[in-house]
Design a protein. Structure first.
Length: 559
């Protein structure tokens, strides 16, 4: 099957690499069950089935991480995405995925010069007064160089690696097909919804390949935080930025990692932690567009003790409705309202067989565990981990936007605790939630929602004549179909099938009895116990069939 769906012969080499790495790290059974070995053997590719000798000392999460690292940038980024799916994976898997670092070897600047010249429309040395040929950082998609404009303004250049798009697209093609095969052929992986995960990952990675998108993200967040004067977002220089090049303001300061290690930063750490929390919470709860990767590496503390956020490749989006639902959930958690928590979760989760009673009972136990704790004592990360653990136990999956949001909150509290041991995200979030709840029930907000509901009702009634007309036209053309789904229809069909089978056996038995009587009335040279042998055989078969029919009818009556 895999062989028939390969888009081009050039993907075979990459497929062989993937299969080899999986085998090396102890996932040979996955290779077989996906049909990869059969496809490669038909293509003349030889697989070596020897696993790495160090596997006995490694747990499955660590082996998966090693395999992803060896498979390269696309798979490393897939692992980073999986680190956000706290609703799918337990904490030990999430911790393993979080160790994946998007690092790559530095390219010589001369390998970038031709592309950079094309994007700038001129030689780089004529655009920049200074340009450091040695990269500040190198990742799988781009590497960063510092420079100065002609007027002396310090900037950084984020340059996309040449030919990275072709490599990523080849990996995404294979990942999409492998995910489909995994979902169809490996029952244990089905609940992880691999096709949906890969679809979301493909969208995210393709957006990340467009560096101009990151520029737009930065400007949008800067506009949303324009009243937060102590939060800095780098300025984008659009005259030189494009899909393959991001030119933005250079932020002077020290990274969050260095700042967290300083022994004398306690007072400033409290301030920076509060600034970061307020910025992220404002983005999430007020704007619905937020920086989704707030780790210490994406934070810079400026010399005047301001907080700068950088790297806007990963962002999250929340609709107005989703934000209202989120506010309801957070407020219910703070107030320990189990009924309200379950109501919101049932709006979010995906699952055809939700046991609402069992889910409610578990949520009540979950809230009882935190009963009586003050806000300062409440560990918000533990709360979210416990909540997602309940969803995993019930095999319920959150929408991707909410899974990313929960991971963002967990990362935010982790960063806050690194900067300030007494940091508590709930304390920071409570004023936001109370303000937003009050604003929701303000007269102007109620009037606006009422007008919106009235418009929706009017549109619904105004559409009725058109819908009825379309229905009548469909009936005239004979194109109307009615689908009826009866929950016990399959069971009824089985009953009919069994009844017909018994009737058939009964007819055959009756025919055998009649035939036996006819044969017995005729003289035959071959006899058994003085009776024609054919008549005896027919009579015995009829007896067996009759007994079987009686047993079947008796069992049916007991069901």
């Amino acid at each position: 099957m895999l062989w028939e769906t390969l888009s081009a012969a050039r993907d075979l080499g990459r497929l062989h690499d993937i299969a080899t790495v999986l085998i090396r790290w102890g996932f040979g059974d996955v290779v077989r069950r996906l049909g990869m070995s059969h496809a490669l053997e038909r293509a003349g590719k030889v697989l070596h089935w020897g696993a790495s000798p160090i596997l006995s000392d490694m747990e499955p999460p660590q082996r998966v991480v090693k395999a992803l690292q060896e498979l390269g940038p696309t798979f490393v980024k897939l692992g980073q995405l999986l680190a956000t799916r706290v609703d799918l994976f337990p904490p030990d898997w999430i911790a393993a995925f979080e160790t994946l670092q998007d690092q790559a070897g530095m390219l010589d600047f001369e390998q970038l010069r031709a592309q950079l010249t094309e994007d700038l429309g001129a030689d780089p040395d004529s655009i920049f007064a200074e340009l450091d040929k040695h990269a500040l950082a190198a990742a799988s998609i781009a590497q960063v160089h510092s420079a100065k404009l002609v007027d002396g303004t310090p900037v950084i250049l984020k340059i996309r690696r040449p030919d990275i798009v072709n490599k990523v697209e080849a990996d995404l093609r294979l990942l999409a097909r492998l995910a489909e095969l995994a979902e169809n052929n490996i029952q244990e992986l089905k609940r992880f919804r691999p096709t949906e995960v890969v679809r979301q990952f493909s969208l995210s990675l393709r957006r990340e390949l467009d560096l101009s998108g990151e520029c737009r993200h930065a400007e949008r967040i800067a506009a949303n935080l324009q009243d937060e004067f102590d939060v800095v977002i780098p300025r984008v220089y659009w005259q030189w930025s494009s899909e393959r090049l991001n030119v933005q303001q250079y932020i002077f300061g020290i990274s969050g990692r260095q700042f967290a290690k300083q022994s004398d930063q306690l007072h400033n750490g409290q301030r920076i932690a509060k600034l970061g929390a307020r910025a992220i919470l404002h983005m999430v709860l007020v704007n619905g567009f937020f920086h989704a990767d707030p780790h210490l590496g994406n934070i810079i503390v400026t010399p005047d003790n301001k907080l700068a956020l950088v790297d806007f490749g990963m962002v999250g989006r929340l609709s107005d409705q989703r934000r209202e639902e989120l506010i309801d959930l957070l407020y219910a958690l703070v107030k320990k309202d189990s009924v309200a928590v379950v109501d919101v979760l049932l709006l979010w989760v995906r699952g055809s067989n939700i046991d609402e009673t069992a889910l409610t009972a578990e949520v009540e136990n979950f809230l009882d565990h935190y009963h009586g704790l003050s806000l300062r004592q409440l560990d918000f990360t533990a709360v979210l981990i416990d909540l997602t653990s309940i969803l995993r136990e019930h095999q319920l999956t959150l929408p991707a936007d909410l899974a990313l949001l929960i991971k963002t909150f967990i990362s935010l509290e982790g960063v806050g605790r690194r900067l300030d041991p007494d940091f508590n995200i709930v304390e920071e979030a409570t004023p936001f939630m109370e303000r937003l709840v009050r604003a929701r029930y303000a007269p102007s907000a109620l009037l606006k929602r009422g007008a919106s509901d009235a418009q929706a009702i009017w549109r619904m009634f105004s559409d009725v004549p058109r819908d009825v007309h379309a229905l009548i036209k469909s009936m005239r053309r004979g194109g109307m179909q009615v689908h009826v789904d009866l929950t016990r229809l399959d069971h009824f069909g089985h009953k009919i099938d069994r009844a017909v089978s018994r009737l058939t056996v009964g007819i055959v038995v009756a025919a055998l009895i009649v035939g036996t009587a006819i044969v017995s009335s005729n003289q035959s040279e071959i006899t058994l116990f003085g009776m024609p042998i054919l008549g005896v055989v027919g009579f015995l078969i009829a007896c067996v069939g009759g007994i079987g029919l009686l047993v079947s009818a008796w069992r049916s009556g007991r069901d």
